[in-house]
Design a protein around this ligand. Sequence first.
Ligand SMILES: [Zn+2]
Length: 525
Amino acid sequence: MPLACVQGVVIVGVQGIVVRVEVAVSDGLPSVGVVGLPDASVAESRWRARCAVEASGRKWPNRRITVSLSPAEVRKHGAGLDLPMAIGILAADGAFPPAAIASTALIGELGLDGRVRPSRGMLAAVLAARQAGLERVIVASRGTAELEAVSGISIVRAHTLHHVCAVLEGGVVDDEPVPGDGDDTMDGADGTPHDDDREAVGSSAALDLADVRGHLLPRWAVEVAAAGGHHLAMVGPPGVGKTLLVERLPGLLPPLSDDDSLEVAAIHSVAGLPRSMREIPVPPLSAPHHSASASSLLGSVHGGRVLPGAVTMAHRGVLLLDEAPEFARPVLEGLRQPLESGVVSVNRTSWSGLLPARFQLAITANPCPCGKRIGTGAGCSCSPSAVRRYAARLSGPLMDRIDIRLAVSRPSVGELDSAERSESSATVRARVQSARERMSHRLASTPWRVNAQVPAGELRRRWPLRSDGADLLAEIERGSENLRGVDRVLRVSWTLADLRKIDAPGRDEVAGALALRGAHAGLAS
Ligand SMILES: [Zn+2]
């Protein structure tokens, strides 16, 4: 009985898994059976494969065809197995020598006319093939620009099934464009809607701090947050520039390592929002609107396909919640798990599992419902109880994790005049980078990478302050009802010491950290 085995890749969660597609062709009534937990979209592959094979001028074996997908326990979703199934069936019928397909993964959807289309999550799929030790992948020629950053595996682009067959036969086929090839979408056979309710992500590459004038203290707060990995809150009246400042945070962070870049790019590829080459090393910015549902923030499953939420799109970057108190309470509560563990669990009947979600949180908020309660609070018409209720929308456990909280007011005319030339993001990023190096030197052989992750008890035990710094901290502690607030001052003071290239925080750094904790009532306290 003729047999063939080819490799494809399916996306599970935000990762690719290599699937062996075994095909047997035997005597009997012509039929095609698919076993190994295919969902409806995979089961339909046989019909697309047949049309595509015939459109390519190849003969479809009119016999009993059995396709087995393994590992059998993984539910397979999506149309990305069209191409390996078509090639497997042709191979079982003797079209290609086994050596031609032995170390090759085939990834792509097929049009009925034989065209090869990119499937969603191409980058994650190719990385999985590389991880599995395969030497070559054959993918669509269109919509795969995201693969340019991948090395270590040979990538062959083909625009039709005919072209794929010619590659496997060792022939040369001109890579001529196919007429009417411009309407490829990645949603084709997948049946998934466009993600209208999710915000654009990863667009922070073009945002430069040089475009923000004035705001010396808030600019410094963003720099300190970037250096120490501290979560950040900016509280101030509407239109004062809070969002402009915090959306520049990703551009101040050190560029992602090659491995982290590919991990982030693979997640974005699975979400159908591939990152451009220019954006790839910049940590992503994910900024959901305050009307976002819990599932668009935390992740959901649609027809067997996992849609990463905003927290996963922010993985290794920044999650910006603009006007945070306006988010629904269950949405904000849902942030606790990723903030604690760096992952978010998605539980639906069709799929459940963990998605990566390790991000730096940046929030902006108005000081009160009317937005004017800042400084002296003149002009604010809100009652004290309304202000308390507003602040209470951000729960204690969430706010406890935010080390830096700053009240932002409109820059004065003098401040704007004296700040005509603002520092660029690149200049600030260089200081952040050097602070990170000091930090990673000190934190080597600990489980922590940045100051924000170090528990205050460990900071106290392992790394003493300079004596004038310790004196001031003790003074703050005596006058404070909230010891967590003191812990935050301690963590931030270490970041200030790292930025100033000194070995331990002294009085100046502790005082500086206190200024970044916020001084006025309500949200910033
Ligand atoms: Zn008010």
